[in-house]
Ligand binder design. Structure first.
Ligand code: NAD
Ligand code: ZN
Ligand code: ZN
Length: 363
């Protein structure tokens, strides 16, 4: 099966023909129908975070179950599924404490060290899977606890976006920050994740939603998603001052959806007293975020969000219902649809800030 492989960091993806093993215990073989391009893969391709190599990239995919391994009870061939990298064991203290997105026992849902690899080259070289999914591929072999069944009414080339981007952004607003009705919010970075956070803030009932981006086109999309006010960071000298002016002194909730220390600082500085800044972006491991200590006397809070604090088997079917009833916008978030061989061009478009989400579809 064809897959997009990263062989070096930094590096581009190479389309290779790989072998995929039969499903082992707890595993499911999926024919991929749609795969979204998330910026997290780009961080790895740019070498900002280290990874095992070679590796099939992609972690935002949906498809149809082809075959299941022994002990698989959750799905059967023919089921439509969305994959999510928050693969839960269901037994560790994080899973049992209601936080399966923080599962602390990935070994329970992975193949044992030393056993046959899920993916390999013809010469036997093992090939890893991004986030234990490897979604830029015609087929995926994943643990059943990384899947949620979805209604066949839901188009899979849109459902894939929920696997990471929508779950992350929407969940950051609704689950991590628990945005309150009538509050004010600001989202810095209106790419796929930020636009989903804007939608989460809208659905949660925020009254004033300020979008910040360097691209005029992204700010227009932010308006479609529910933003009420806009700051073009490439046109104003001081983003924090601009947001404070628009919000009467500061926002109740802010979200950083880029992955830069400087914009994390902005998110914290633009808060009203008692406000909460939620960092969604992946800030490179070498970067340090600096804050003024005195600001903590204003009861400002800074927190991270991992995959929107999801409980994805509950959340994703709900988000699909919201899409089908018109409350969650997904069609509008897809800027381009490409084939697998176009994946590097897709990431070039993301680097230029031209697209919200690009989706790979398979024939
Ligand atoms: N926390 C998580 O669980 C999680 C999950 C998925 C993605 N992420 C991270 O979220 C971040 C966003 O991902 P994405 O796919 O939406 O990326 P993206 O490239 O689609 O969007 C980033 C947006 O930020 C804008 N931008 C860039 N610099 C800016 C600046 N200085 N000020 C204002 N806007 C600026 C760009 O124009 C673009 O619209 C990435 O760091 C990604 O790795 C985190
Ligand atoms: Zn992602
Ligand atoms: Zn667990």
């Amino acid at each position: 099966m064809k897959a997009a492989v990263l062989n070096e960091q930094p590096g581009e993806l190479v389309i290779e023909d790989l072998s995929i093993d039969k499903p082992g215990p707890g595993e499911v073989l999926i024919q991929v129908v749609g795969a979204g391009l998330c910026h997290s893969d780009l961080h790895f391709m740019e070498g900002l975070f280290r990874s095992q190599l070679p590796i099939v990239m992609g972690h935002e995919s949906a498809g149809i179950v082809q075959a299941v391994g022994p002990d698989v009870t959750y799905v059967k061939p023919g089921d439509h599924v969305v994959a999510c990298l928050s693969i839960f064991c269901g037994q560790c203290h994080q899973c049992l404490g209601g936080h399966p997105n923080r599962c602390s026992n990935p070994a329970a849902t992975s193949r044992a060290k030393g056993s046959a690899p899920r993916l390999s080259r013809a010469d036997g070289t093992p090939v890893d899977q991004m986030a234990r999914l490897g979604g830029f591929a015609e087929e995926m072999l994943v643990h059943q606890n990384g899947l949620v069944k979805v209604t066949e009414e839901m188009p899979l080339d849109k459902a894939c976006l929920i696997g990471c981007g929508i779950t992350t952004g929407f969940g950051a607003a609704v689950r991590t920050a628990k945005v309150e009705v009538g509050s004010s919010a600001c989202v810095i970075g209106a790419g796929g994740i930020g636009l989903a956070a804007i939608q989460g803030a809208r659905v949660a009932g925020a009254n004033r939603i300020i979008a910040v981006d360097v691209s005029k086109a992204k700010l227009e999309m932010a308006g479609q998603m529910g933003a009420t006010h806009f700051v073009n960071a490439s046109e104003v000298e001081d983003v924090v001052a601009a947001v404070k002016e628009l919000s009467g002194g500061g926002v109740d909730y802010s979200f950083e959806a880029i992955g830069r220390a400087a914009t994390v600082r902005q998110a914290f500085d633009m808060l009203a007293m008692g406000g909460t800044a939620t960092v969604i972006g992946m800030v490179p491991s070498k970067d340090v975020v600096q804050l003024r200590g005195i600001d903590f006397l204003q009861e400002k809070k800074l927190q991270g969000s991992m995959m929107g604090s999801n409980q994805f088997r509950t959340d994703i079917p709900r988000m699909i219902d919201m899409y089908l009833s018109g409350r969650l916008l997904l069609d509008e978030m897809v800027s381009a649809t490409i084939g697998l061989e176009g994946v590097n061009d897709g990431y070039e478009m993301m680097k230029r800030g031209e697209v919200a989400r690009t989706v790979i579809t398979f024939d």
